[in-house]
Write a protein that binds this ligand. Structure first.
Ligand code: HEM
Ligand SMILES: *[C@@H]1O[C@H](CO)[C@@H](O)[C@H](O)[C@H]1NC(C)=O
Length: 330
């Protein structure tokens, strides 16, 4: 068990923590449920609730930001583990961090929400709450507000000091991948095909830029895309367009994190090759059909897979740190 508080923790308190650990499922060696509840400096602040308030306000203004936060968590955790490496801005010392990769720029959004939560937390209890945990909490809260999906998530992650553009495409699947390539990238992170199918349901919210799926429209139309749906997409995304347009992931309920995604997959009305490829083998196709049929079951699996993704932690001590500003290393 790692304790970050420099203050001496009373024995009785220790007992309480040990007792709590005995009854709560421990999913990772270094993460704990309610990690910040035990921090001396933060004891007057409900850290997770504070983040939730900031996320609620941001989503009320723009639900798309919630989609951005869920994607941010995925992009953070799949590259060097959940260590907020995706948040680091370019500097002279490191001009090409993860953020500058084509997988993140200019599409990744929600950074200001993390900044806002961090600023509030630094005023309450400076140097305690990691940016990596804020990202995990914010994604969890976005799933609550956009999907009524609610789950506790352990915390205690540390922020990394390394962020490399070159590592992004080595770790994140591309939208034109085959099913087996996509499965291999998830397997690389210890995630099963079923978890891959489950998490793809996040493509029921948010948007995509045309450039992420025009491979399916031009020069020849992908035979697995619904003809009328392709027609709509072509209208927003003309060939050789000067500007990269955007379309909603789910035209039925664009701001609802739901199993509508799986109905869209069945109807061939999804954007990416990887989305439609879920139908290309009988086992993943069966999962799609089950998720389309039973939203309750999908939501439970989604919550579990989000928690599991959050256990992709590679830093459990120095040089891991608690950043003061989520955009720069200390
Ligand atoms: C299975 C492999 C995946 C691929 C190939 C993929 C690819 C993409 C691409 C290309 C975009 C559009 C970016 C743009 O052009 O604006 C996107 C958007 C999105 N992805 Fe994925 N993704 C995958 C899995 C996931 C997972 C696991 C999650 C989270 C659990 C996720 C959440 C999202 C969300 C919420 C958006 C919308 C973002 C926004 O509106 O800002 N994706 N994805
Ligand atoms: C859907 O899944 C839930 C949870 O797994 C289960 O309790 C319920 O019976 C299922 N509903 C249907 C209609 O199969």
């Amino acid at each position: 068990m790692r304790r970050r508080s420099s203050n001496i923790v009373a024995f009785s308190c220790m007992f309480f923590i040990l007792a709590l650990q005995a009854i709560l499922p421990i999913s990772s060696a270094s993460l704990q449920y309610g990690f910040y509840d035990y921090d001396y400096k933060c004891k007057r602040t409900n850290v997770e609730l504070l983040v939730r308030g900031v996320v609620a306000k941001a989503i009320r203004k723009d639900p798309g930001v919630g989609a951005g936060l869920i994607r941010m968590y995925f992009h953070d955790c799949f590259v060097r583990g959940c260590d907020a490496s995706v948040l680091l801005d370019p500097t002279t010392a490191n001009p090409t961090p993860e953020k500058t990769s084509g997988a993140n720029f200019p599409s990744l959004r929600g950074f200001e929400v993390i900044d806002q939560a961090k600023a509030k937390l630094e005023r309450r209890c400076p140097g305690v709450v990691s940016c990596a945990d804020i990202v995990a909490f914010a994604a969890r809260d976005a799933a609550l507000f956009l999907g009524r999906i609610s789950y506790p998530i352990p915390s205690g992650r540390l922020d990394g000091r390394v962020s490399l553009q070159s590592e992004v495409l080595q770790n994140l699947p591309a939208p034109f991948f085959s099913l087996s390539q996509n499965e291999a990238f998830f397997a690389n992170k210890g995630m099963s095909p079923e978890e891959m199918v489950t998490l793809s349901g996040a493509h029921s919210i948010g948007r995509s830029h045309c450039s992420s799926f025009t491979n399916r429209l031009y020069p020849t139309e992908d035979p697995t895309i619904d003809r009328s749906f392709a027609g709509i997409l072509k209208g927003v995304c003309p060939q050789n367009a000067a500007v990269d347009g955007v379309v909603p992931q789910d035209i039925v309920t664009p701001n609802r994190l739901s199993n509508q995604y799986y109905k869209n997959v069945k109807a061939h009305k999804v954007l990416f090759t990887t989305d439609q490829n879920l139908m290309s083998s009988s086992d993943t196709a069966a999962m799609v059909k089950e998720n389309a049929r039973n939203q309750t079951a999908w939501k439970a699996k989604f919550a579990a897979a989000m928690v599991k993704m959050g256990n992709l932690v590679e830093l459990t001590g120095p040089p891991g740190e608690i950043r003061k500003n989520c955009r720069v290393v200390n």
